[in-house]
Design a protein around this ligand. Structure first.
Ligand code: C2O
Ligand code: CU
Ligand code: CU
Length: 519
């Protein structure tokens, strides 16, 4: 339900909303012209070559009519069969598995009827392979990616990145996991094969005809679009039937805007193996894990001492909406929930059961949790005297800004330009805007894995703090309302223009995104 003029006056935004809404209207946006893909490089001999197609499809998700989706499908032209695994009865794209050092070629075919481009979230790739929106290709066109896998073993993912259309395209189903392995990780002999579980968390809203609905009004875009049906690997009502074994669980928050506070239903602490950029130095225990859009964690799930027939659930615990999103409850308008009300809406912070596990079989398992998982290289060490840049996250005229600026496809400011192989400290300050217009923003940098140095300023009572994971390499960090988060980031040898942005996809599409340039 769109906001009435009276409600907007109450928000104090009528004067500017008209202009901002018009300037941001999708209809007014002119799509990029078709671009020819880079040609295959003759002396690039790929270890893995894949055709990845984005196309409309239909998937039976609920009783009744199938749901129209957009889906990535893959075909392996060269390389080990393990490089590509499709999901069954799911809109998720195939899981891609690469090994560090492999040369990968992907031929992306856009069979949608609008422009698109693919981004490899978390991977350190050359500029031309990063999927910047100015590389978007027209409907029917093909884009060629070639890169060497330089990242550590870890759980990464891929999704579209066209200007102002990332949110809707991901909501329609375009996303997949990208898993990197390397010899150090293989030597740990962590649970693999059937003992490695993938867990992509997403939420969707359905209309009466089982079709996905999407942000219908300005307010749903301001707040980020949340659905009311939870999906695991693209399926509702997820239930896993497992054995009395130890499992490695790779979890991605692939939701457009929903933040989860993950915990096991019986209070078992979560044992963390890894974060966005791969394994931690040592396993870590935490009662709950706050996972923001774009982020990944790897968990050790030990069911060896459970009894057959017992159950366990993965939950998202309740938290006050104001800890993550706009809480308009005090404004006498029936609260934000009332403003965006829709039958069955599940607000941000509502308690959720994401996944039900039944221990169904007794089996012996020899898997042991290693005491040490990884040794971090020098880039992890704090660098004294690294230049510090502050980036305020603000809200004005119904638009979110980074560093006081909105996205411009080709613009890079001086303070967004850095030398290759240099180390910087970037500090994100979640300042918000007038009238408490403040939200948690998951800030993501393309191509980089960074280290969180510190956080200050969030309310001591913020329930999401308990679950924050600041150990390990990250490419997406949640900045809570009022908080300043300092990260140390090492820019690698790939020069060119890359993006950093809020990973609430509606914020990204509204321009809470900027270029940085490595020279
Ligand atoms: Cu996963 Cu530019 O983002
Ligand atoms: Cu990315
Ligand atoms: Cu945001």
């Amino acid at each position: 339900m769109p906001l009435s003029r009276r409600e907007l006056i109450a928000l104090g935004v009528t004067g500017v909303l008209g202009a901002a809404a018009k300037a941001r209207s999708l209809d007014a946006f002119s799509w990029p012209a078709p671009r020819s893909a880079p040609d295959a490089t003759p002396d690039f001999d790929p270890d893995v070559e894949i055709v990845l197609t984005a196309a409309p499809a239909a998937v039976p998700l609920r009783p009744g009519r199938a749901t129209a989706v957009w889906q990535f499908t893959g075909r392996l032209l060269k390389g080990p069969a393990s490089a590509l695994t499709a999901h069954v009865d799911s809109f998720l794209g195939p899981t891609l598995r690469f090994t560090r050092g492999q040369k990968v070629r992907v031929r992306f075919r856009n069979a949608l009827d609008e422009p698109s481009i693919v981004h490899w979230h978390g991977l350190d790739v050359p500029e031309v392979a990063d999927g910047h929106p100015h590389k978007a290709i027209a409907a029917g066109a093909e884009y060629l990616y070639e890169f060497t896998v330089e990242n550590r073993a870890g759980t990464y993912w891929y999704h579209p990145h066209p200007h102002e259309r990332t949110g809707p395209q991901v909501n329609m189903g375009l996303a997949g996991l990208l898993i990197v392995s390397d010899p150090d990780e293989q030597a740990l002999a962590l649970p693999s094969g059937d003992d490695e579980l993938l867990c992509v968390l997403q939420d969707r809203a359905f209309d009466d005809a089982n079709q996905f609905r999407y942000a219908a009004n300005m307010m749903e875009r301001e707040m980020g679009f949340t659905g009311d049906v939870m999906l695991v690997n693209g399926r509702p009502d997820a239930q896993w039937s497992l054995a009395t074994r130890a499992y490695r669980v790779r979890v991605l928050n692939g939701s457009n805007a929903r933040i989860y506070k993950l915990a096991w239903s019986d209070g078992t602490p979560m044992t963390l193996l890894g974060t966005d950029g791969g394994l931690l130095e040592r396993p870590m225990e935490q009662r709950a894990v706050t996972l923001a859009p774009g982020q990944r964690i790897e968990l050790w799930l030990d069911l060896t001492t459970r009894t057959v027939g017992s159950t366990l659930a993965l939950r998202s615990e309740a938290f006050p909406i104001g800890d993550a999103g706009l809480d308009m409850g005090g404004m006498g308008m029936g609260g934000m929930g009332g403003m965006r009300s829709r039958d069955g809406a599940v607000p941000l912070g509502a308690p959720l059961t994401l996944l039900r596990i039944t221990v169904a079989r007794r089996e012996t398992s020899t898997a042991r949790l290693p005491a040490r998982l990884a040794t971090y290289d020098r880039a992890w060490q704090p660098v004294a005297g690294a230049p510090v840049r502050n980036v305020p996250l603000t809200f004005r005229r119904m638009v979110w800004f980074m560093g006081g600026r909105a996205f411009d496809m080709h613009e890079v400011a001086e303070d967004e330009t850095v030398q290759a192989d240099s180390t910087h400290i970037w500090e994100f300050t979640n300042a918000g805007g007038p009238m408490g217009m403040q939200m948690a923003h998951p800030i993501h940098m393309h191509g980089r894995q960074f280290r969180v140095l510190s956080r200050t300023g969030a309310a001591a009572t913020n329930a999401l703090r308990e679950g924050l994971v600041d150990a390990g390499w990250m490419d997406t960090v949640l900045v809570l309302p009022g908080e300043t988060v300092r990260i140390q980031v090492r820019f690698t040898a790939h020069v060119g223009t890359y993006l950093y942005h809020c990973h609430i996809l509606e914020h990204e599409d509204m321009g809470m995104m900027r270029n940085f340039r490595v020279v």
